[in-house]
Design a protein around this ligand. Sequence first.
Ligand code: SF4
Length: 447
Amino acid sequence: NDKEYLASEGETIIQVADRNNIHIPRFCYHKHLSVVASCRMCLVEIDKVKQAQPACSTLVHEDMHVNTKSQKTKDAQKSTMEFLLINHPLDCPICDHAGECRLQEFSAEHGRGYSRFKEEKNVKPKRTRLGPRVTLDDERCILCSRCVRFSQEVAKDDVLGFVDRGTYSTLTCYPGKELSNNYSLNTVDICPVGALTSTDFRFKMRVWFLKRTHSICTESSVGSNTEIWSREGKIYRITPRRNDAVNDTWMTDSGRGLFKEFESEDRLKSYSVDQVAKSLDDAIAATRALLESGSVGVIGSAHSSLEEQYLLHKIVKHTGASYEMIQHIGEGDGLLMSEDRTPNLRGALITGLINELPEAQLGQIKGAIENGQIKTLLVFNEDLEQLCIDLIKLKESVQVIYFGSSKNSTSEQAKVVFPSLSVFEKEGTFVNQNFILQKFKQAILPP
Ligand code: SF4
């Protein structure tokens, strides 16, 4: 566009353009996937060859002249749009992807505004189940192969492919397979049209009604960056937010459903003392009395934010309490699910609550509780029954103060209960497995 840009050998036109904020439309190109140059939407005029070439697959070289705004470029992109819209249904008003559809945006920006196609459109299956969480509308698919490449290259689950030829090409799962890996919903995010939809979210809410809040996935210590989509205190979906240092543009399917566990009937909603609902002041007075009687133990939580751990550290120092933390371990998948299934274990190292990463099970504090050395026990979000501590047996010797978002057997035995907020209802910071400090914001009000 009559300006000079620096580029490295091996870079493509689209990479240089993106780096310099020059907009080139694209459907099949994705920064984190291999290049196939199949959609032809990124055609740009290159002077030496005197014709439009795909910007995603053409390497730059010295003295190359690229024009992303010339008439030739515009005509090429307009023609591509016209071809794509020949068979694509013009059903934006009822399409679940309206408002976040590349085809819808580009048809306004680069299309001709009306269709010259008078013949009958191709008819294909409208509601195909690709897997437990993804539904396909084949008529809307523009065959960009993003979903196919994502499954092969990122999720390492080669399950999708095209069958039949030309106009009849159709996306499908290989015989006997389905799109059920824990990354399947990323195909919905990267599908540039409304072909792939989340079975859970489809037809629930128009995206332009939803508020978007930056958050962090608490499923594991990876700390995938996320966006919470909510309206009037209700969360409708969670999608990944781009952070190339942490999760690129992906997240797990399981992490997207975490908000549902906080919608359950088991949420704790009031302070209580001796299992009777009380005011916050009463709960604090009861807690103070217990803490002042000495012999305090604390079982902390790696789900607590850095700020909460900092305050807890003050309580631990002030009362001289013994402190322990449980590590929750599961199987890692080598991608965005780490073995450590908590978001902020490393935060406890930084706040000084612990000096080294803990064992999976309780160590010394368990013995101290069972020997009667600990009289008052503060428990954060853990269930003592699952840690093999029998509260009924210890009822006379240990008084429990429980902080947690949901009921469990510990809250049901506790002397004092403080209902706490879920990650969606508060703001704070977590430290992920690579010691990256990340903020999360409040998306909805607590119950
Ligand atoms: Fe591309 Fe979407 Fe079709 Fe997959 S379903 S090939 S992502 S248009």
